[in-house]
Design a protein around this ligand. Sequence first.
Ligand code: AMP
Ligand code: FES
Ligand code: ZN
Length: 313
Amino acid sequence: MKCRKCGGKAVINMPQHHLGLCKDDYLAWLPEQTGRFIEKYAMFGREEKVLVAVSGGKDSLALWEILHRLGYQADGLYLCLGIDGGIAYSSESQRLTEQFAAARGLQLHIVNVEAETGRTIPELARLSLRGRSKPCSVCGLVKRHEMNRVARDLGYNVLATGHNLDDEAAVLFGNTLTWSREYLLRQGPVLPAIPGLARKVKPLCRFYEREMAAYALLRGIEYIYEECPHALGSTSTYYKEVLNRMEHERPGVKLRFYLAFLDAHKSGLFARQEDVQPSLNPCPGCGQPTSAPGLCSFCRLKEKVRSSGEAGL
Ligand code: AMP
Ligand code: FES
Ligand code: ZN
């Protein structure tokens, strides 16, 4: 296959765009497209301060690299989750993130969940779920809370994550299976700011996972190959597998599914936001908005940690 731009040897084929590109043209094309999506969805401007949540994986490191390359003011935030079973997942991803930032002279904030809450993610999950399910839900709750807290405390205008099309299509698939209107309404490339919460954006939401992996490899970004050990057997992994099977038979189906959803959303297929959004109040513990009548779920989790400590558990 030949590169559409220069006629050289293509290193990647993107059937959904009928496009093959050589290494140099691909490395130019992907950041250029990202810049277009940032503008198309009005994610942020050059005068705004962006906080990129970096996990040490290919997507978020590539996102940080691209934003830096495009000339945006983007600092990083790494959350150390304390997931260090057999493969030392957290320590290795932290090492790679620190190495990435140091090599480019970028500012990286590091937050340790254990220092903030008194427990690592696996310990918090044991405490609150008593082994009934995987730690992913507690982990998601803590990550969202901490990303918001740091963005707000340090005065960032916008929080960017490395979610790619495979991630977004899998979440959309799950929300569609249950017609979760509230979640469907909140899904999209941009979640506007509300009092107490920074705007959230996903500049990579239109790129396939394999496109991001190719970009990171061709650009020479060293990232953690291993998935979080708890992702194995999770529902979202299962949805990704189902969608991959469909994609194999019908190239482009994931992208069409996601883009058609965004169109439907824009044309008002779902209820207006104010019809379904629960009313939010500032949490008396941390000030972040919550639909709970008292403390938010993060502060309730911290209460549990405190009382378990007092009870000597
Ligand atoms: P995941 O929820 O693991 O699929 O990750 C989705 C996105 O969340 C990543 O692309 C990152 O932007 C962000 N993220 C995940 N884990 C971390 C972490 N430990 N520290 C900072 N950001 C993270
Ligand atoms: Fe949080 Fe896997 S990254 S449980
Ligand atoms: Zn709170």
